[in-house]
Ligand binder design. Structure first.
Ligand SMILES: [Zn+2]
Length: 393
């Protein structure tokens, strides 16, 4: 067990450094040089680490640095939507090797989803030319209340699923370890693993679009709450007796500032139906009605976000999701509220980043669930096949 912990520590130090010398590994791990040497030799033989020579600045002998071989293992990530799924294969650096899109209605039918996930995973591995033996596991992100430790989708308004035992069914069918989580949480995990939040201790990801969600990271850990439903930010009530929300209650934030509500408001003022694509092009073309609706939705959303910032005091806020396609007309009022309606004036500054939109980013987030478990030492999760057990075994 001690040895496994040391191996785990060495792998994690190499991963976070990118490339590192044996001497630096010994210093950072506080292990003896011979112990580090033995572990490194073992990992080189297994193909998990590789030696890379870096050109020296002084013209002397090039120091040999160690890196993770990103092709030593692969992970599958899947993002479920109401109208289909995006599947990716990533290497150990979370770089995409192959992607697939499959349109199918998953609303109200989890059995279709389970069969489709299994077949898409098979196909994407074929596209990527990755053998099954090198796959560490499958990560799945979906909207809703997810009990990630039990692997159960407790409830999803979007998919209209209740108590679906997704993990156990898929594990039996695919014979691979499977992790599931709320899709906004998977994005937060990905940001922490290899994205903008790599060095951040306390941060939140705000996902905007049809749904409004939040991933909360406190002291480097994802905050899930008692039953896994933390971050259901779209369902805080901001207008008692207001418009009916998909969740059945009245006046939720999402029912007021979500994309469907913005489309409806613009449609009412223009006297016709407005599609999502039309809303985006109207805003970009400078249409006064569309800009007015989107700006005021941004300001209302921003006020709620500012309240969360006051409550949690994060160092970083990442705005992401399909709603970012509406551009600064939507995101600027959110950022302004965070600047003006919090203690920013007292020097409690929060860094704000807006990220571009893509279904692939969500699927990579889901894949990161597997990377995180694979790199952690055994015991953190009984399903975990730590990378040095799985790869080449
Ligand atoms: Zn609601």
């Amino acid at each position: 067990m001690m040895r496994e912990l040391n191996v785990s520590l060495i792998i994690e130090l190499v991963r976070s450094a990118g490339s590192i010398s044996r001497a630096e590994l010994a210093r950072q791990s506080q292990l003896s040089a011979p112990t580090v040497g033995t572990i490194v030799d073992h990992l080189l033989v297994r193909g998990i680490l590789v030696e890379v020579a870096i050109a020296p600045s002084n013209g002397g002998r090039p120091p040999v640095l160690l890196s993770i071989d990103p092709t030593a293992g692969y992970v599958i990530g899947i993002k479920l939507r109401g109208d289909g799924l995006t599947t990716v294969v990533c290497d150990l650096e979370a770089q995409i090797v192959a992607t697939r899109e499959f349109p199918v209605s998953l609303v109200g039918d989890s059995d279709v989803a389970i069969q489709t996930i299994a077949s898409e995973a098979r196909e994407v591995l074929r596209d990527a030319k990755v053998p099954r033996s090198k796959v560490l596991g499958v990560g799945i992100g979906l909207s809703g209340v997810i009990d990630s430790s039990a692997g159960v989708c407790v409830s999803s308004h979007l998919l209209q699923w209740h108590n679906v035992e997704l993990e156990s069914k898929l594990r039996r069918l695919m014979r691979l370890p499977v992790w599931i989580d709320n899709d906004v949480n998977t994005l937060a995990v990905a940001e922490k693993w290899s994205g903008d939040a790599r060095g951040a201790r306390h941060f939140v990801t705000l996902s905007i679009g049809r749904g409004i969600g939040m991933g909360i990271v406190i002291d480097r850990s994802l905050y899930r709450g008692a039953f896994g439903s933390s971050g259901e930010f779209g369902h805080i009530i901001v207008e008692p007796g207001g418009p009916r929300c998909e969740c059945g209650r009245l006046g939720c934030l999402e029912a007021i500032v979500g994309e469907d509500s913005m489309r409806r408001q613009v449609g009412e003022r223009l006297g016709r139906e407005v599609t999502r694509d039309e809303l985006i092009s109207l805003v970009k073309a400078g249409d006064r009605v569309a800009q007015d609706v989107v700006q005021s939705a941004g300001a209302k959303l921003g006020l709620s976000v500012a309240n969360v910032v006051t409550l949690l005091n994060p160092e970083l806020l990442i705005i992401c999701g399909e709603g970012t396609e509406l551009g600064p007309t939507f995101t600027d009022p959110i950022i302004r509220a965070v600047r003006e309606q919090t203690f920013a004036s007292l020097g409690l500054k929060v860094d704000v980043k807006v990220q571009g939109w893509g279904d692939e980013a969500w699927a990579v987030g889901a894949a990161t669930l597997v990377l995180r478990e694979s790199f952690s030492h055994p015991g953190s999760d009984t399903r975990s096949l730590a990378i040095w057990h799985r790869v080449g075994a």
